[in-house]
Design a protein around this ligand. Structure first.
Ligand code: C5P
Length: 270
């Protein structure tokens, strides 16, 4: 049995407030891409996870969110956690693309079927939220707005399915916590999801402070005829949207030539 784990991109992300629990109240728009990891399962006594794919090496397997998701679901459902999982890794790690969250969400969807629980998504959402702020959005896996820690979801129709998008990561892993705590705590106002084009990512500034190369990525993308350029999540991945697949692909080619060390992925919004 197999399940896709699409990467998430934050079209915009406004920070509003640091909370007493250390998290931040934010307003964001999540979209998902054709790029993703793939999770497979076969029957076996006990729980195991093997890694494959081009970015398998980057993932530490000690506290993998996939295994935590599997154990949490088994415990909630009162079933034995029997599953041999294989994760085919394509999404860069600690990159603002929700890689770990997407994998955890895919594990919940996959094992929900594999263990014949057939729970509705609504019943899986609290388990998702216990695994990370982005996991509920990844569980839904389609365009939604997120408020609260990012786990309070509202569907929104932005009519952007199929939009060509280019993802670029300078291969610098940026830890989420320090980026959030680098925010200057100035509330720059709410996010109107329908006006996401003119919105912001308030995490860009603190992320650039930690990884200045992000500013170079944004500048390079701004030179490629894109309709919009922004950082996703807590970075370091930046994205650019294009009017055509040809425009996206020629941007990808010229960036790969100019900066061969960067991870460059032309894909589409689903
Ligand atoms: O929930 P998750 O483990 O993915 O969050 C990682 C870190 O990101 C948190 O420990 C916190 O430092 C930061 N974060 C935050 N506010 C959010 C989401 C994440 O401060 N809304």
């Amino acid at each position: 049995m197999i399940e896709a784990a699409p990467a998430k991109v934050n079209l915009a992300l406004h920070l509003r407030r640091r909370r007493d629990d250390g998290y931040h109240d934010l307003e964001t728009v999540f979209v998902f891409t054709e790029l993703g990891d793939t999770l497979r399962v076969r029957a076996e006594a006990g729980l195991s996870l093997a890694m494959s794919g081009p970015l398998a090496q980057a993932v530490g397997d000690g506290d993998n969110l996939v295994l935590r998701a599997a154990r949490a679901l088994a415990e909630a459902a009162g079933v034995p956690a029997n599953a041999a999982l294989t994760l085919d890794k394509h999404i860069p790690v600690a990159a603002g693309l929700g890689g770990g969250s997407a994998d955890a969400a895919a594990a919940l969807r996959l094992l929900n079927r594999f263990w014949k629980l057939e729970w509705p998504i609504a019943r899986l959402l609290p388990i998702a939220a216990s695994l990370g702020a982005d996991v509920p959005a990844c569980l839904v896996g389609r365009t939604v707005t997120g408020t609260g820690r990012g786990e309070v979801l509202t569907p929104v129709d932005l009519d952007i399915a199929g939009t060509p998008i280019l993802l670029v990561n300078p291969r610098v892993a940026v830890p989420t916590g320090p980026v959030f705590s680098g925010w200057d705590r100035i509330d720059r106002g709410p996010l109107d999801p329908t006006a996401w084009r003119g919105a912001r990512n308030d995490l860009a500034k603190p992320a650039i402070r930690l990884a200045p190369v992000i500013a170079e990525v944004l500048a390079a993308l701004a030179n490629t005829g894109a309709c919009l350029v922004r950082m996703s999540g807590s970075g370091a991945t930046c994205f650019a949207l294009y009017a055509s697949a040809a425009g996206r692909d020629s941007a990808a080619r010229s960036l790969s030539e100019a900066s061969p060390g960067w991870w460059t992925c032309p894909t589409s919004i689903v």
